[in-house]
Design a protein. Structure first.
Length: 532
């Protein structure tokens, strides 16, 4: 409880950005509020997403707040606000214009847009907002409870060989569940580890630099991650527009903005679906690499089966404008966001793109290293990382409070963002991204590296190789190498240190089993889809 109070105090006692009637407003609260509004606006814009806004804003935030330890919480506040706001705002174009702003909003279009076409857009938006924020809040509560206990268990029962095997298992799992095939996922992980080993390690001679002076310090993490994730996606989208394979603006007209709202009995009808989908989204989100699209699809599918058995004759079916369909989808995909931070804070393993940028912020500023050591209560002095962790929990709770109070109104006001053509947005995003990178690193080499990884991300997408395993492997490669080196030294230079512990052997066997099982399953699925 002492650390909980210190975490809350760290948020409210942060440096005041400005004052109102003589009362200083902490910078954490200001950045959280601005991040939430930015996230809703970005989520309501087709073609953009929360990770895009986080990628563009991160270098700018670091240049504004610096890299002092007291900059951690303001930067985290903005990123958390974007993460939460984008989840809520993604339902706007899906409902009003039948244009899913994000992949997990595809299922929202099935019932949200038919309801809007029947003259009830506000009702659909209110149901989506209530379901989304409820699922997000439930997931955050699970995060607050589970992350510290999971970290304590890992720190108490796992030694260096077991932690090395756990990272290998996590990378294997992430590579296997993402993408169309396990082989392509493993290729992405291998390339990510290879890129991260350039000019790194504990030797005095740089590795894999090919004699190029610009690679003496390796690839900057921000340039590599932003290039592969953001620039690669921008290049693919612009290429599709130029080739005529994607419409520059796919907004469809809807019926007038009718002054409707929640009807009597709506909450009673949707609450069972919200509760069920919140559990589904939380369980899926706690697994690294399993995204919100699967949670939305599974929540919708389970809800449709139950609704079909229990609905009244006059109630619409799923796909015809059922409020339960909107609730089941939005609660599931929103519940993923909080649970995705469980492996980040407790194990230091990012599971989605939003978590990647939180890791990048912590790495760029310093003073906070996500992982089991964060939740160490036994230090004789105060553990500053634990204070930051409970500060993050406080910011997430405040973000939910803002979403409950003003998020819905701002979400409905952002429907105008859905009408902006994507062909006008993406060049602006590209320019702002490169400007933000140059602000943080004024070397032209950083921009060339960003472009290089952007081209790599473009070919990844064209070859159907998942990008996120590459990025996560790039981030975790240093941790994997350091943990393996320490384990090797601690065991007296035993080259078989991974096989001397029953727990590490179990982790390695699980990694092999995942590759074999999911590889055969995806192989059969591909054969069924493309028969000879």
């Amino acid at each position: 409880m002492d650390y909980v109070l210190l975490g809350i105090q760290s948020v409210f006692s942060n440096t005041a950005m400005f004052s109102v009637f003589g009362v200083g407003i902490p910078s954490c609260l200001v950045t959280l509020f601005l991040g939430l509004l930015t996230g809703i606006a970005v989520g309501a814009t087709p073609g953009l997403a929360g990770p895009t806004a986080m990628a563009v804003s991160l270098p700018i935030l670091i240049s504004v707040f610096g890299v002092r330890p007291d900059a951690l919480l303001p930067v985290f506040g903005f990123l958390i606000g974007v993460m939460k706001g984008a989840t809520v705002g993604g339902a706007v174009p899906a409902i009003l214009f039948n244009v899913p702003g994000t992949p997990d909003a595809i299922m929202t279009t099935l019932d949200g847009h038919p309801m809007a076409k029947r003259g009830m857009p506000r009702r659909a938006l209110r149901i989506a907002h209530f379901s989304s924020v409820t699922g997000d809040t439930a997931s955050d509560i699970v995060l607050f409870v589970c992350a510290p206990f999971l970290a304590i268990m890992v720190e108490r029962f796992l030694d260096l060989p077991e932690k090395t095997a756990l990272i290998i298992l996590s990378l294997t799992f992430i590579s296997s569940v993402m993408g169309s095939s396990v082989g392509k996922g493993l290729i992405a992980v291998a390339l990510g580890v290879l890129a991260a080993t350039v000019a790194t390690g504990q030797t005095f001679h740089p590795r894999l630099t090919l004699g190029i002076d610009g690679l003496q310090n390796g690839f900057p993490m921000v340039s590599a991650v932003l290039g592969a994730l953001i620039l690669g996606e921008i290049f693919v989208t612009l290429n599709d527009i130029w080739r005529g394979e994607r419409q520059a603006s796919t907004v469809q007209s809807s019926h007038g903005d009718v002054a409707d709202g929640l009807q009597k009995g709506d909450l009673r009808r949707i609450m069972p679906h919200i509760a069920r989908s919140s559990v589904i989204g939380t369980l899926i989100g706690a697994l690294p690499g399993v995204g919100s699209t699967l949670a939305a699809t599974l929540g919708y599918t389970v809800g449709r089966g139950i609704h079909k058995r229990r609905k009244r004759p006059e109630d619409p079916d799923f796909g015809e404008g059922a409020p339960e369909g909107i609730a089941a989808t939005e609660a599931a995909n929103s519940a993923v966001s909080g649970a995705n931070l469980i492996p980040v804070l407790s194990l230091g393993i990012p599971g989605n793109a939003a978590a990647v940028f939180l890791i990048l912020a912590a790495d760029s500023i310093g003073g906070f290293n996500p992982g089991p050591a964060v939740f160490n209560f036994t230090r004789p002095q105060i553990n500053p990382e634990l204070v930051v962790a409970f500060g993050i929990f406080t910011l997430m709770a405040l973000g939910n409070l803002l979403n409950w109070t003003i998020g819905g109104a701002f979400m409905r006001a952002m429907s105008v963002m859905s009408r902006i053509p994507i062909r006008l947005l993406l060049p602006i995003v590209l320019m702002v991204t490169l400007t933000a990178i140059y602000i943080q690193d004024t070397r032209m080499a950083a921009l060339w590296i960003t472009f290089g990884f952007g081209i790599l991300g473009f070919f990844f997408r064209r070859l159907d190789i998942p990008v996120l395993p590459f990025v996560i492997a790039f981030i975790l490669a240093g941790t994997l190498e350091n943990t393996a080196r320490q384990a090797f030294s601690a065991t007296g230079g035993d080259p078989f240190f991974l096989f001397r512990s029953a727990t590490s052997v179990i982790f390695l066997l699980m990694a092999v089993a995942i590759i074999v099982f999911l590889g055969r399953r995806k192989g059969h699925g591909a054969a069924a889809t493309h028969p000879n």
